[in-house]
Every structure is written in C-alpha cells, then in structure tokens.
Design a protein around this ligand. Structure first.
Ligand code: HSE
Length: 439
C-alpha cells in the first residue's frame, strides 16, 4: 500500500484535533483510500503549550520550515491562521510541489488568486474545505456534487458566534451587548469580537463560496458587509410577531441575465435579514452553521453542521488529506484545481442595485397625518408597502411604526429613508433590515 505522510504546521486546537482524528480513524481512512496515512511532523509554537489532544513529542518541532522541507512530508497542512507568515508557509510548500491544506479563510480572501496560481505553476494543489462552514463539506459539494448546476442562490449562516448571539437574543429577549459579554465569558466569542460580529468572517467565507460558484474571484472589498451590532431585541420581537427570524446571512444571488453572452452579475453580500420562521434556515440555532444552495438542475438543498471547533475542522482537513492522498496515489496532481475561472467571468452587483423586500421601523410622532407623510415619500420612490403595524401599548410622544415593503432596489429605499428621516414627525433614525423570503 502506498504511504502518504502529512506534516502539520500548527499543533494547537485545530492541529492537535487533526492529529487526534487521524489516530482515531486512520484504519478506516486507509481502508477506504487504499493509502497508508501518517502524521510525521508537527510544527508547534512551544513544545509545552497546552493543547486539547496530546501530540507525541518525537514528531514535534518549533520550526515550520523543518516540516515543509522534510522530504518525508508529502502533504502540508497550514493550520496557524493569519495572513502573513501563513502565506509564506503555503507558498514555500507549493514551490516544492507539495499539496497544501489550509483552513485559512482570511488568507484565501486576501491572497487566493496568488496561491492558486502558485499551485498551478508548481503542478500541485491547494485544498481548503475547512475554510468555510467547518465540518460541512460545502466546498466539495459546490465543486463536485453540484458540478452539473448553475447556482442561482446561496444563503449561508456561516458564523457560529453571530448565530449563537442572535439565537440567545431571540430566545431570551436579551440585548446584543449582554449576550455578547456572556458569550465572551463562555468562550463562544473572542475578546475582540469584531471579525465575527461585524460580518467580516462571514464575508471571507461568502466570497469563497461566490467565487467557486460563479467562476470569478470575488475580492473582499467588493462584498457589501453589515454585521449584527445594530440588531436590537425590539426588532427581533417585531420580526417574530410578523413571522420572521433574524439571521446573519452570507448571500450569493445570480442577477438577471443582461443578454445571452453577458458575464454573470452576482449579488455577494453579508447582512442580517428577516427570514420566514417556516423555513428550515430559521431553525438553525446556537453555534450551528447551514448553507442553502439552489441549483438550476438540483433545486433546493441544505447543508447543516458545526462551523468551527477542533473536531468539525479536523473532519474537513481529513477530507482534504484524502483528496491529496488520492491525487498522489494516482498521479493526478490536480484532479480538481483549487479554483477554476469560467470563461465569461462575472462582476459583483453593487448593493444599490440589489433587489430585496424590507422591514423598516420608524419612531414617529403619534399624530394624524404622520403615516400619510411617510407613505407619500415611499409612493414617490415607487416603493410599495405590503403591511403596516403600529402596535398597541406604545402610548406617548413617539411610537414605533413598522412597515414591510415590497421588492425594491436597495438604492431606492436608502434614498427614500434619508428623506423620511428628515421629516419632523420622525423622531429617530429609521431602522432598515432586508427580508429574504428564500423563495
Ligand atoms: N469565528 C468563526 C465562527 C469560526 O464564529 O463561526 C471561524 O471562522
């Protein structure tokens, strides 16, 4: 049986998780693949750092180059994160013609094309199943399982921290700040939570999914990103009354064709959206992730699982190891390239042009004529109102007014809301959230 040896860079939570998972299921994997698998070297920060699973001292080193350059190492897994040294590590391994596995979504978002080009130039491959939605095999699904589909819609709950916070806000009627503080105390949110709660981590993952789905590389700065800091318990409650749940979504929607030969125009965004309670995505709670994919042939599909954590991530890394091992076994160095540009390419649609329905909450003076003033501005902007609620029990100088809007371009609604905000009867900046019906 052919042997394939893995070298790990990173022996912390993820690295030791991979080491442990391979020990656990090595026999099973070897039987399935017909390849003998072994971790021969692990680069760690410090030999005595605490780690959830033990790694034997005789395979550990503190020198990542000793892993990459070891002729006994056939496949390298970069599991340290960051976008500087990790880039050098990966490029060094690729230059040696070694397949590389990474879980590093931030690095791919920033340097993906450079790394893919390096893999191509050196006749090897870069695998990144663990970079999006942890243990959910969504990269493999998009590249292989759905190869016969054009992707019209992808909606992902791809950040466990945000999903945990929004779930608890809904279940407990709690404020964002209180739940975030508790999540930090429990270890579900980082001390600096901005990568997660401001939507950037979701944007890295959404960009990777959009790029794979549509065959042109989406740059992080092209993605419209809104996080969850501005979500209040009052909006969660009103959404609930209207039959919706608020989730932070990564959204990839194929825009309408602009001619037979025109390149695809794709909405790629991250924002909190109201989704119908009756949809399965609304019931993806706590730290779980889910990705909903609609293909023109397959129809609607849904993937659910843990998006982070040592074991879920290890499962994805082992899947990549299996692919790398089979490539080496059969000499098919790059059976599926890491990224395949499609001939026509495509462009990211500016958010202003994206169509959506909307939930708008205004704080208005409780006096006759207020509604007429608001409705006039919306009417002039050709934005239709689908329902209005002014809840009872909010007596006083100002009261909440909830408006649900029909489909309209983002730019048109933003402009109308700017005018509405200036009305003397409007007492606070309008709150706007998009509604994704997932139809
Ligand atoms: N911090 C991420 C999350 C996991 O909360 O889902 C790593 O991307």
């Amino acid at each position: 049986m052919q042997s394939v040896n893995l070298g790990l860079i990173g022996g912390g939570t993820v690295g030791s998780g991979v080491y442990h998972a391979l020990q656990l299921n090595r026999g099973l994997m070897e039987a399935r693949l017909g390849v003998r698998l072994k971790v021969v070297k692990v680069a760690v920060k410090a030999l005595d750092e605490p780690r959830p699973y033990e790694i034997p001292t005789d395979v550990m080193t503190t020198d990542w180059k000793a892993v990459v350059n070891d002729p006994e190492v056939h496949v390298v897994a970069e599991l340290v994160g960051g976008v500087t040294l990790a880039r050098t590590m990966i490029l060094t391994a690729l230059e040696l013609g070694k397949p590389v596995i990474t879980a590093n979504k931030a690095l791919l978002a920033k340097h993906g094309p450079e790394l893919f080009e390096a893999a191509r130039r050196h006749g090897t491959n870069l695998y990144y199943e663990a970079s999006v939605a942890g243990g959910i095999p969504i990269i493999k699904a998009l590249r292989e399982g759905f190869v016969g589909n054009r992707f019209t819609h992808i909606y992902g709950i791809v950040n466990g921290t945000c999903n945990y916070i929004l779930t608890r806000m809904r279940q407990e009627g709690a404020d964002f700040g209180d739940v975030l503080a508790d999540a930090q105390r429990l270890g579900y949110a980082e001390a600096d939570p901005s990568l997660d709660v401001d939507g950037h981590d979701s944007a890295h993952k959404t960009g990777i999914l959009a790029s794979l789905a549509h065959g042109f590389w989406v740059k992080p700065e092209e993605i419209h990103v809104e996080g969850i800091r501005s979500i209040t318990k009052i909006d969660i409650q009103f959404a609930q009354q209207l039959g919706y749940t608020i989730k932070l979504l990564g959204i990839v929607k194929l825009g309408p064709a602009q001619g037979k030969k025109a390149a695809a125009r794709v909405q790629v965004s991250v924002y909190p959206a109201l989704i119908p309670n009756s949809h399965v995505l609304a019931n993806v709670n706590q730290v779980f992730n889910a990705v909903f994919v609609r293909g023109d042939v397959v129809g609607d599909t849904l993937f659910y699982g843990r998006g982070a954590g040592k074991d879920a991530t290890a499962s994805a890394v082992l899947s990549d190891l299996a692919d790398a091992a089979l490539d080496l076994k059969f000499g098919s160095k790059c059976r599926i390239p890491p990224f395949v540009p499609l001939n026509q390419g495509g462009t990211v649609m500016p958010i202003g042009e994206a169509m959506a329905r909307y939930y708008v909450r205004l704080n208005v003076a409780d006096r006759p004529g207020t509604m007429a003033k608001v409705a006039t501005i919306l009417g002039q902007a050709k934005i239709g109102i689908s329902s209005i609620i002014q809840p009872e029990g909010h007596e006083g100088e100002s009261v909440p007014l909830i408006l649900m809007m029909h489909d309209a371009p983002n730019a048109a609604l933003t402009k109308a809301l700017a005018k509405i905000a200036k009305l003397p009867v409007v007492k606070a900046p309008p709150v706007m959230l998009r509604v994704e019906t997932l139809e």
